[in-house]
Write a protein that binds this ligand. Sequence first.
Ligand SMILES: *[C@@H]1O[C@H](CO)[C@@H](O)[C@H](O)[C@H]1NC(C)=O
Ligand SMILES: *[C@@H]1O[C@H](CO)[C@@H](O)[C@H](O)[C@H]1NC(C)=O
Ligand SMILES: *[C@@H]1O[C@H](CO)[C@@H](O)[C@H](O)[C@H]1NC(C)=O
Ligand SMILES: *[C@@H]1O[C@H](CO)[C@@H](O)[C@H](O)[C@H]1NC(C)=O
Ligand SMILES: *[C@@H]1O[C@H](CO)[C@@H](O)[C@H](O)[C@H]1NC(C)=O
Length: 272
Amino acid sequence: PLPLREVVLFNIFYEIFTVCTSLVAEAPDGNLIHARNLDFGLFMGWDLKNRSWVITEKLKPLVVNIDFRRSNRTVFKSTNFAGYVGMLTGMRPHVFTLTMNERFSLNGGYIGILEWILGKRDGMWMSFLTRSVLENATSYTEAKKLLSDTKLLAPAYFILGGNQTGEACIITRSRTHNIYPLEIDLKQGRWYVLETNYDHWKKPLFLDDRRTPAMKCMNRITQANISLKTVYDVLSTKPVLNKLTTYTTLMDVSQGKLESFIRDCPNPCMPW
Ligand SMILES: *[C@@H]1O[C@H](CO)[C@@H](O)[C@H](O)[C@H]1NC(C)=O
Ligand SMILES: *[C@@H]1O[C@H](CO)[C@@H](O)[C@H](O)[C@H]1NC(C)=O
Ligand SMILES: *[C@@H]1O[C@H](CO)[C@@H](O)[C@H](O)[C@H]1NC(C)=O
Ligand SMILES: *[C@@H]1O[C@H](CO)[C@@H](O)[C@H](O)[C@H]1NC(C)=O
Ligand SMILES: *[C@@H]1O[C@H](CO)[C@@H](O)[C@H](O)[C@H]1NC(C)=O
């Protein structure tokens, strides 16, 4: 296991060096499927011999699914790293599903966290907000409002799914608000929303385009054939799956099901 000093550092870096792919898709019967890859460990040491990221490999054994209970009843479920208190992936069974992706931004991002460490900035840690929403929000609408309006330390993307048709959105956060909401809209043919680490109204960085291949896969599958299985296949397509990918989580809100898989990307495979 990681020593304490590394765990603390890791809590901070975790907010900074996480790249990810998250999506919510609506099946023809209105059922919502929410899935994500968590890619972690960028720039934190490349192992030449193993062709792998040192931290990514260290984290894989720490992936756990947690069932949070109150009065002996499940309040929410989540996929976590043992020892880490924030939440990046979780579900309130039968109510909503939630994932968070890093939104890179120099001012407000790294600088925001530095300023917070120096005591010069207020706002909530992003993955504490997700925890608080999972613990305390009781509907999609309430979760959406909290995720859109709570003041944050740094920018982030929240990907939220509800429990009925049309309830799925990407919340692109500045420190203060939801900049440009995007929701599922069946009338316009948008039966899924998908987020990596770039604003959905802009092109992804050419060196790191996981969005285009993931969307190609989704479009090829079509809404008629969407299921946990086909979504898993999308998240297993390179470079959506890459050397940073630590786990894949699949969630079916109406069945209250959350499952996760520790991932390996066989060579040849992109470092990110
Ligand atoms: C690298 O590979 C060696 C041999 O296969 C293994 O013992 C070691 O645990 C690996 N290190 C990491 C960080 O995966
Ligand atoms: C909690 O629930 C489980 C089954 O869901 C049951 O086996 C256990 O006895 C319960 N514990 C308490 C303290 O009620
Ligand atoms: C959830 O709400 C309760 C009661 O208001 C509060 O004590 C608790 O701290 C909240 N949880 C989080 C994670 O904010
Ligand atoms: C969907 O969520 C709402 C709360 O927003 C809840 O009242 C309702 O029972 C849920 N529907 C199902 C089918 O679980
Ligand atoms: C769904 O998948 C099956 C088997 O892969 C295929 O035969 C069928 O054409 C697909 N349906 C649609 C609508 O794409």
